[in-house]
Design a protein around this ligand. Structure first.
Ligand code: C2E
Ligand code: CA
Ligand code: CA
Length: 926
């Protein structure tokens, strides 16, 4: 053979050992690596053994793997045929890639272990050799698998492919020391099998290109399945623990390391994760829990046996949690306690539920005894019945066995049918039912029972109806009575608001259908509350009865009449010819009350305010109509009471305004929205000093000033006036003291007081206290009261005025002449002054009659020893006439408008200079 050819054949990469063999397998030449291994000699001994391989190569070409013994084990080599240009086989080469060290041992391990399949990949030629084991592993034979890489790729699970490919490339590129991948391969029978693939490039060209890679395939299918099973089991365990509120724990007692499963930590809802050291954890527990744990620890050490105990874990700010703990010691080889492992269960909820169930059962027993509740069980299939003692008692039977049929025979036919039908429904899966059934005791007494039926399908027991009985005869009777009471007012016997509503709704529906005009009248007795306060509720009731009778007499049979609330009555008029007719009826009703009401020695005069609303498309339902008549009633009250008012858009707006103000009044005092202005009362007799009246001002941010004439009645209504009035008194006194200290001359300060304030308990005491607190003399304070505040006579009011009299507090009757004609109160109460109402002053110049009234008031006042003041004086003529009529003081824009404190002080100063000279002060501006 040509030495040149031989030389070229030997030019393998340096690391491979190469031997050239002649066509009979005898060594011809070897490179240095092969010589170093003594390979030619070995091969010379193996000529025979390799004959088959040579024969195969001769036939098929390619290369054949062969194994040669070596000193330490064996070498793996590749036998190839060498052909000349005519295809004639002229020699063989045997090469052993990287024959020394790692590779050899890899092969050794690989072959030793039956678990591994081996592969050898000639990268340049893309020829893959696979060991028998490899093929068997997947059920293939030589023929069924082409010996290239593509064949493997085709077997590989598509999901795994990219990952494996990346790992191979990384290794080929020299980025990793070895290649490892796990993937699934398709077995011959079509199933997937998990393979662990490990390999490594074992030879590279001088410039580092990989030439050959060797590796093993390990069947890890079982392992993988096991792994998966374990994972599933773990997940199941965790889920089970979670459901049972359980967790695992372990404690390495030597190193004091505590571990708790995350789920369990989550359940405990601790403010922060528990420390890893058991000693630290211990510190967080209460004394009792600590003792339990120490005790358990002691027992574990002493007996070395598993144990369990309960623990109450208190976390600050939370209710205590109850834990059940299982612990098991783990010993090392020398029998020394190493670790504790165990489970822990949060039984808080269970404990609570247990306690709740106990409590409920007890409660139920007690209630059934107390409530005389009988219980009974009926087997669904057999209708066998068992019942409790209480059942016998309810049915009035002696305690001897009884069948369901016997028991039912006591019941009325109706009740029996109802009961049987309910049983059927419930047996068919219906919900529990509650019935009211009736039976007759043997004594003939009729009894009503409430019966509750449920189906009990507890496991292990035949399905049964559970029936509870309760005697409700008394309740039924009471209900019947209540039914009656519920619809009629007890005091007047009139329909009450419920019946009224029912009937009114019927009437409204009828009117709508027939196109008739319907009106609702809401009648409110004026000042009824104060009558109740002054004369007591018995008198109030009498009055109501009398008034309702009077009203009733004015109505036709077809009209609906009922008592709506304390002092409110409702009339519904049907089929009116004209809307005005409602007004006529209202007038008749008011007229009926003009005559005083008399009962025994009591004589009382009442009036009423009536609101009228006509049914209209926008007032379709009862509530709307009622609201409308209510608003109209308020309008009637506002226009001076004892009158009626129709509902209109205007009334609605006013009602809304009222509501708005009432709302705004709330807290207005705290928001400091109130202030006082002051108006002088100028004496007509030259020498004396003027008096000052304090007038309240309410400035609503964003709305401007709101007139006291508008908001005072609302404040009275909602009670706010009491607090507000106290504030006015205090503020006026404080201001008066200031002026007084400044040396300003004025006789007294007058403050307006509402009837509601006067009725408030302890009012007089508070007035005196306010004076004292501010350092103002009660003798220089005047309270302006309206006639309406004075007509009532009560013990409380008398005491109040006594106190004022004793302390010299002055009283004036404001708006005199507009109120009640009965002037008896002037004798009863210590009044010093009358203030002629503004309306008289304004009318006196135009109307001689009015001028006579003012004159009469002056005479009356003087005759009673009182002073008389005229208010609202705007012109010099009015001033002159009133002076001529003998008025003692004059108040009005003619002298001054109400002024801010500083302006009034200025006014007083100038009055002192000018007033004595009889000059008229016209300082008042706008
Ligand atoms: P009143 O007590 O009769 O007060 C007199 C009212 O007439 C004041 O109206 C005053 O500004 C006004 N006035 C005074 N001189 C003239 C005049 O020459 N011509 C005209 N046309 N009017 C004049 P104001 O301040 O709006 O008070 C209205 C009503 O509000 C008061 O009538 C009083 O009943 C009530 N009021 C005012 N302040 C208070 C208070 O602090 N407490 C209570 N309970 N009511 C108050
Ligand atoms: Ca006044
Ligand atoms: Ca007045």
């Amino acid at each position: 053979m040509d030495p040149g050819v031989i030389a070229s054949l030997l030019q393998h990469p340096l690391t491979s050992a190469v031997v050239v063999l002649d066509p009979h397998g005898r060594p011809l030449a070897a490179n240095s690596a092969a010589q170093a291994l003594g390979l030619p000699a070995t091969l010379a001994l193996y000529v025979e053994q390799l004959a088959d391989n040579r024969e195969r190569l001769r036939r098929e070409g390619g290369m054949v793997a062969c194994v040669l013994p070596s000193g330490s084990g064996q070498w793996d080599g590749w036998l190839r045929g060498v052909r000349d240009e005519h295809g004639e086989l002229i020699a063989f080469t045997l090469s052993i890639p990287e024959p020394a060290g790692a590779v050899a041992s890899r092969w050794e391990i690989g072959l030793d272990s039956a678990e591994h399949g081996l592969w050898d990949w000639d990268i340049a030629a893309d020829i893959v050799y696979r060991s028998e084991r490899w093929k068997r592993m997947l059920g293939y034979d030589d023929q069924s698998l082409p010996g290239n890489l593509a064949a493997l790729s085709e077997l590989m699970h598509p999901e795994d492919h990219p990952r494996v490919s990346a790992a191979v490339h990384a290794h080929l590129a020299g980025e990793t020391d070895s290649y490892t991948a796990e993937f699934r391969l398709r077995q011959r029978d079509g199933e997937w099998r998990w393979i662990l693939d490990r390999g490594r490039v074992v030879s590279r060209t001088a410039d580092g290109r990989p030439l050959r890679m060797l590796g093993t395939h390990t069947d890890i299918h079982e392992h993988k399945l096991l792994e998966q099973q374990l994972r599933e089991q773990q997940a199941q365990l965790e889920e089970a623990q979670r459901i049972a509120s359980m967790g695992s724990w372990s404690w390495d007692c030597r190193r004091d390391r505590l571990w708790l499963s995350d789920d369990f930590i989550g359940q405990l809802a601790l403010p922060e994760p528990p420390p890893r050291r058991a000693r630290r954890v211990l510190q967080q527990f209460g004394a009792e829990a600590r003792a339990t744990l120490r005790n358990a620890w002691r027992r574990l050490r002493k007996f070395g046996e598993p144990l369990h105990f309960e623990l109450e874990l208190g976390v600050a700010g939370q209710s205590p949690q109850h834990l059940r703990v299982w612990a098991q010691p783990v010993f090392d080889g020398d029998g020394i306690l190493q670790r504790l492992v165990g489970q822990v269960q949060n039984v808080t909820e269970q404990r609570q539920t247990d306690a709740l169930i106990r409590w409920r059962t007890e409660l139920l027993n007690r209630v059934s005894a107390l409530g005389r509740i009988g219980g009974c069980e009926i087997e669904v299939d057999t209708r066998r019945m068992q019942w409790t003692e209480e059942c016998y008692r309810i049915h009035g039977l002696r305690k001897e066995p009884i069948t369901l049929e016997q028991a039912l025979s006591l019941y009325t036919q109706d009740s029996r049918d109802t009961f049987e039908a309910a049983l059927m429904r419930i047996a068919d899966g219906g919900l529990p039912e509650q019935l009211e059934l009736c039976f007759y005791r043997n004594s003939g007494q009729r009894v009503w029972v409430q019966v509750l039926i449920e189906l009990d399908r507890r496991e292990g027991l035949p399905p049964r109806f559970v029936v509870l009985f309760r005697d409700i005869s008394r309740e039924r009777e009471a209900n019947e009575r209540i039914e009656l009471l519920a619809h009629y007012d007890r005091l007047t016997g009139l329909p009450n608001r419920f019946l009224l509503r029912e009937r009114a709704e019927e009437a409204m529906a009828e009117a709508r259908e027939r196109g008739q005009t319907l009106a609702m009248l809401l009648i409110d007795l004026d000042g009824f509350k104060s009558i109740n306060d002054s004369f007591g509720h018995a008198t109030g009731d009498t009055l109501l009865k009398l008034a309702s009778t009077r009203l009733h007499q004015q109505l036709r049979n077809s009209d609906l009449f009922g008592r709506f609330s304390d002092d409110e009555f409702v009339v519904v008029l049907r089929d009116l010819a004209e809307p005005e007719d409602a007004g006529h009826v209202a007038r008749k009703l008011l007229a009926a009350l003009t005559e005083p009401l008399r009962k025994d020695h009591i004589t009382l005069k009442v009036s009423a305010s009536i609101g009228i609303a006509l049914q209209a498309p926008e007032l379709e339902d009862f509530d709307n109509l009622l609201r409308a008549s209510d608003a109209a009633m308020y309008a009637a009250k506002e226009s001076g009471r004892n009158t009626f008012h129709y509902y209109s858009q205007d009334v609605l707006l006013r009602a809304q305004r009222r509501l708005e103000l009432e709302h705004a009044l709330h807290g207005a005092l705290d928001r400091e929205e109130f202030s006082l202005v002051y108006q002088p009362l100028v004496p007509t007799a030259g020498e004396s000093a003027p008096a000052i009246e304090a007038l309240l001002r309410w400035h609503r941010p964003g709305h401007g000033f709101c007139s006291p004439a508008e908001f005072i009645p609302i404040a009275e209504e909602c009670g706010e006036i009491v607090r507000l009035g106290d504030w006015v008194l205090g503020e006026a006194c404080r201001q008066a003291v200031l002026w007084d200290e400044m040396g300003l001359q004025f006789s007294r300060i007058a403050v307006n007081v509402s009837a509601v304030q006067l009725r408030d308990r302890g009012f007089a005491e508070r007035v005196l206290e306010i004076c004292r607190a501010n350092g103002w003399l009660p003798q220089r304070l005047e309270l302006e009261l309206t006639e309406s505040a004075l007509i009532r006579d009560s013990e409380a009011l008398r005491r109040c005025f006594d106190l004022f009299e004793q302390n010299g507090v002055l009283l004036a009757v404001d708006d005199f002449g507009t109120g009640f004609s009965n002037l008896h109160y002037l004798n009863r109460f210590p009044v010093q002054r009358l203030k002629i109402d503004r309306s008289f002053v304004q009318g006196m110049l135009a109307d001689a009659n009015t001028a006579e009234v003012t004159q009469a008031i002056v005479h009356l006042g003087h005759a009673l020893g009182m002073q008389v003041v005229a208010e609202g004086v705007e012109t010099v003529q009015e001033d002159a006439l009133l002076r001529q009529q003998g008025c003692d003081e004059i108040q009005g824009y003619f002298y001054s408008r109400p002024l801010a404190p500083r302006d009034l002080a200025q006014w007083l100063r100038e009055a002192e200079v000018g007033g004595r000279l009889g000059q008229r002060l016209t300082l008042a501006t706008g």
